[in-house]
Design a protein around this ligand. Structure first.
Ligand code: C5P
Length: 404
């Protein structure tokens, strides 16, 4: 529930991407937001206010004047929310906002708005490329609005180019950053996720059941809280989180190389990847044939990446995960010490609703020299938040100590 308790004003102007704004409104609501929709006249030609009212459970603003409309609504609406999202924002709406025109409810709200604004342009590619539209967008960015530039692809008019409304997922990610505390701003956080593939031959490999969901949730949440995030990901089916630099690797050795490159400039490493402990000693250069009744497979140990990096740490905070099927806390503590970590996340993988490949997780946070904190079964997004709460507190505690 990344928008839990947040109030969002969704301004919808008249373009074909209005139909996607319905999905955006729905996703905001299911992510916990209270959503007030305000539509321009043009938008109402594409989608009726009733659609948004049904999706949000709130009346939709369509006019400055009329019965039942409070005379000060156009002032309050942009001041009493946590953020305003304009999606889709047409060239006309962008032009009016840039010029300071307030000739309907939405543009008047924007003149009086004091809260962060996210503007998501969507239009024909020639219209988007028009210098006047570009100048207006630059002007609005300079005045502090966040512009989520349109994606490239086939457009409703038949043209192909820049002008598509960005994916709803990306709009949600950027909006969630606007309404989140930026307590990790200025920090560089390196996150790993997913399994590794250790090749046996060109078509077969050894792997494990990690889906990457936990590490991706950590990367998303860290970016949302203001960090600069690099995600070193083993093979997964997950989309790249918005705003995050993703480095894709396959094997443990490739992951080690990628991390060695990024570690020196990082402030923290959160190692959620399930790195294979072993790899085939000599992978076959050609596909192994089915000839002999049995096969011997010789494995050699992979380097323990986090332990190696711990030996070269300067300022980096190191957080590991321990997925165990027995003696969870004792094993996790042993790894915390052996690998010289600051925190280990002891991960219950015996239950069907915790650990590999599911959306929920039950973990205990064990800090070095501190008391373990057992968390209940939570979504992986929520576990990521709690983990980053610990990190933000660790850093603010370290600041206090250096002052004291
Ligand atoms: O596999 P194990 O339970 O020891 O993993 C504990 C932590 O160590 C995890 O954070 C994992 O990503 C990391 N690890 C590693 N290199 C390995 C194996 C595990 O960095 N070869």
């Amino acid at each position: 529930m990344i928008f839990k308790g947040k109030r969002i004003l969704l301004g919808v102007s008249g373009g074909i991407a209005c139909y996607k704004a319905v999905e955006l409104a729905r996703r905001l609501v299911t992510s916990g937001a209270q959503v007030k929709v305000v539509m321009t006249r043009g938008a109402q030609e594409f989608v009726t206010p009733l659609t948004f009212a049904a999706v949000t459970g709130q009346t939709v603003g369509t006019s400055l004047f009329g019965q039942g409309i409070h005379p000060l609504e156009h002032i309050w609406l942009g001041q009493q929310v946590d953020a305003l999202i304009l999606a889709p924002a047409t060239a006309n709406l962008i032009g009016k906002v840039a010029a300071g025109i307030g000739d309907d409810l939405l543009t008047t709200i924007l003149l009086a708005a004091t809260r962060p604004v996210l503007l998501c342009p969507a239009m024909n590619c020639e219209m988007y490329a028009n210098p006047v539209v570009q100048e207006n967008l630059t002007r609005l960015e300079q005045r502090g609005m966040t512009v989520l530039r349109p994606a490239a692809g086939p457009l409703a008019c038949g043209a192909v180019g820049y002008g598509r409304l960005p994916e709803v997922e990306d709009i949600l990610a950027v909006a969630s950053r606007l309404v989140s505390p930026q307590d990790l701003a200025g920090r560089r956080i390196l996150v790993t996720a997913g399994p590794t593939h250790e090749d046996l031959d060109p078509v077969r490999f050894l792997t494990n059941r990690s889906s990457g969901k936990m590490g991706y949730a950590v990367a998303r949440a860290a970016w949302r809280r203001g960090a600069e995030v690099t995600l070193v990901s083993g093979p997964t089916a997950l989309p790249a989180p918005y705003g995050v630099e993703v480095v894709r690797v396959r094997s443990a050795l490739e992951m080690r190389e990628a991390l060695q490159g990024h570690f020196p400039t990082a402030d923290a490493l959160i190692m959620a990847a399930a790195v294979s402990d072993y790899r085939p000693e000599s992978p076959a250069p050609k596909k192994v044939k089915r000839r002999t009744p049995s096969q011997e497979l010789r494995l050699v140990q992979n380097p323990d990446i986090i332990q190696e990096l711990a030996a070269h740490r300067t300022r980096q905070v190191l957080i590991g995960f321990a997925a165990e099927t027995g003696d969870l806390l004792a094993e996790a503590r042993r790894k915390l010490e052996a690998k010289n970590l600051d925190l280990i996340v002891a991960n219950e993988v015996n239950r069907p609703d915790s650990g590999f490949a599911v959306d929920t997780n039950e973990v205990t946070l064990i800090p070095r020299g501190g008391e373990p904190v057992a968390l209940p079964l939570l979504s992986k997004d929520e576990v990521a938040q709690r983990l980053l709460d610990w990190l933000a507190e660790y850093w603010s505690g370290a600041r206090e100590e250096s002052r004291g």
